[in-house]
Ligand binder design. Structure first.
Ligand code: GLY
Length: 337
């Protein structure tokens, strides 16, 4: 059973500080001695994603295989309406998915607004490994996926179609924060699965990192809308010299600040993952909060030493941490409001 004990991020930082060798805190850019493999990911559904990733990472497997395996879990979940096959569709009733994957050595791949493919994260990996490109979109992404023998499926579930038909009655587009969080999102006005993302970061015992990010984007979005998740540097960024970051929430704001790149670069300059997430969120708040008081953006970061940071504008952003000590721990992020 999932361990639902929750802690403040501050207590996680304290735990990490107590369990990691001291030299790993000296500078995130310096190679550390003994490193601790760890997987972190966004939201409650991150617990199951982490477990799948740990099946690989815990046995000394490839960090890239681990993040792909983790991301495939919410993509396949019939009850997850913000990621993968059961995601809510766009304004026109079409389910379009976004995903990206990145290796800490700088290799990366992504797909945006892809239809009919249940596992966009695996197509993103093929883009990275089989093409000279980074990002394929729409029909081109689908064509490539079919050439790579991914099955073409009708993904819109009856439940998603029903929710879309309900939405059509008013056609009111209203992004809401934390739709995946049981306490803050579900059942709230406008909260019917609007936009929460699986972002997953992993580090192995050699300090090699990888990350994956996957989402169906904002429910009822304009057809063709692409969020931050498939944009390298916005929804995901990973660098073996420093660490990685990923984001959730309103993707437009994350793209405007190159958010995940910003978090990693702040870590490169010496900020802890926690400090870097806070600074990136506050930069967005300074620029955008006057326009939208309900705006939600959250960042999750992992240093190559295994330190974790998370910060969001609004309450309710949860993240899951998994390592050799514990596989199913869920934390409430510190938030600005
Ligand atoms: N953060 C996911 C999106 O805006 O699509």
């Amino acid at each position: 059973m999932t361990d639902r004990r929750r802690f403040l991020a501050a207590s996680l930082a304290a735990t990490a500080a107590a369990t990691l060798p001291r030299d790993t805190h000296a500078s995130p850019t310096k190679p550390a001695g003994r490193l601790r493999p760890r997987v972190v990911s966004t939201w409650d559904f991150g617990v199951a994603a982490n477990k799948a990733a740990w099946q690989i990472l815990g046995k000394g497997g490839s960090v890239l295989d681990a993040v792909e395996a983790g991301a495939r879990v919410p993509e396949a979940d019939p009850n997850n309406h913000s990621v993968g096959r059961a995601g809510y569709p766009d304004r026109d009733g079409r389910l379009t998915l976004d995903a990206s994957i990145m290796d800490g050595n700088g290799d990366c791949g992504a797909v945006a607004a892809i239809e009919h493919i249940a596992h966009p994260i695996s197509v993103a990996r093929r883009v990275m490994e089989k093409t000279p490109h980074v990002l394929l979109v729409g029909d081109g992404a689908l064509q490539f996926a079919l050439e790579q023998d991914f099955p073409k499926e009708d993904l819109l579930t009856p439940e998603s179609e029903q929710a879309w038909k309900e939405w059509l009655k008013k056609s009111e587009y209203k992004p809401s924060a934390n739709s995946e969080n049981k306490t803050y999102g579900a059942g709230k006005p406008g909260g019917a699965g609007n936009h929460d993302t699986l972002g997953l970061l992993a580090v192995d015992a050699q300090g090699r990192l990888a990350g994956a990010c996957t989402t169906s984007g904002m429910a009822w979005k304009l057809h063709g809308r692409v969020g931050d998740s498939p944009i390298i540097g916005a929804g995901l960024y990973v660098d073996n010299e420093v660490g990685g970051a990923t984001s959730t929430g309103v993707g437009e704001e994350v793209i405007r600040t190159a958010g995940s790149f910003l978090v990693v670069e702040l870590m490169r300059q010496g900020r802890s993952p926690q400090q870097a997430c806070e600074e990136a969120v506050k930069r967005i708040m300074r620029r955008r909060m006057k326009m939208d008081k309900d705006l939600q953006v959250g960042f999750l970061a992992l240093s190559r030493a295994g330190e974790v940071g998370a910060y969001a504008i609004q309450k309710g952003f949860t993240y899951a941490v998994c390592d050799a000590g514990k596989q199913d721990t869920l934390f409430d992020s510190v938030s600005a409001l």
